[in-house]
Design a protein around this ligand. Sequence first.
Ligand SMILES: *Cc1c(COP(=O)(O)O)cnc(C)c1O
Length: 395
Amino acid sequence: MVNNTSVSLESPLMSTYTRFPVTLVKGKGSYVWDDNGTQFLDFTSGIATCNLGHVPDAVKEKLEEQVQNLWHCSNLYHIPNQQELAALLTENSCGDQVFFCNSGAEANEAAIKLARRYAQKVKGTDAYEIVTFQQSFHGRTLATLSATGQEKIQQGFLPLVQGFRYLPYNDDAAIEQIAEIKPAAVLLELVQGEGGVIPANKEWVESLAQICEENDILLMVDEIQTGIGRTGTLFAYEQYSIEPDVISVAKGLGSGFPIGAIIAKNKAAKGFDPGSHGSTFGGNPLATAAGVATITHIVKSNLLKQVGEISTYLDEQLQTLKEKYSFIKDVRGKGLLKGIVVEINAAEIVQKAIDQQLLILTAGPNVVRVLPPLTATIEEINEFITKLEKAFQSN
Ligand SMILES: *Cc1c(COP(=O)(O)O)cnc(C)c1O
């Protein structure tokens, strides 16, 4: 049975979201304003998307310039911004070639298709399975919800796309199983975002990478939430001694302009030929203008060093809260992707935070997820802590 308790027949919008009673009309930096002019501190960053804060000048200028010239022309022609963004992404990662699309789910969809073709065409095997992990989240298209290791995402959409197997995360036995199964690929998040802000253990990831290497299994990391500086490095994999064959990115890549991509090593990229995959909008001049400005800003500025300092400060503040409030069981995450594990209802805290003009998220029933923009200041972290404490104390 599919639960469907909130259908409003009056709204012209389909009831796919439970929305907070807030209407946002403007944003700048770490703040957004509603239609009454009320200011909120936004520590959701549009779900890890507005990593440079709202309406960042560098991206705004580049988009305004591109708006004057050309919006769209299709991938039948060369697109200079696309080439520039691909060069930026490969120069700043272990990957060699990029495919552009428009969202996170589409990036993982491309990774899944690439893995199947790589196995069949390049390796010449009939392996098609892709191992993913329990509690993972990889998107809402039919293939990516099939890749997702959470039944609630799949409910009502059976039959699933075949060929996925969900193993326990951070589990040594899973690595042994992978060596036996010899799947086409392994797809994993380095910090499970939607699943509860659960970081992957360093040694576990490194053994997993070694098994993949020894068996020519593609190692694919879903960095849609962890990428673009979120965890303190441009990509989270840099904090592990691994070189993934495929990296999927989206959320932060366009600072809020929709864009997704996979970055693959030459070896894996051989799975695609002209005609094997495509997208009408993928990497269009506007989207890649936003991407070029975003990545250029991150790699040329001091921002990632600042993220290190700010996230250390945020950690200290959250640890202090943990000592003060016994319902806080754990504080975890990486960089500015933080989860506060609570014994009470996380959604209620998020609701009460709105009354304090603070926007935060949940990640499952017992985790409050905090995603400040990478540009957040010490003063804004202090404001966040004050507001969060008021939310804890209000009834
Ligand atoms: C958000 C997210 C996706 C899906 O991205 P969409 O742009 O919503 O399709 C996939 N994987 C992870 C890890 C995500 O956080």
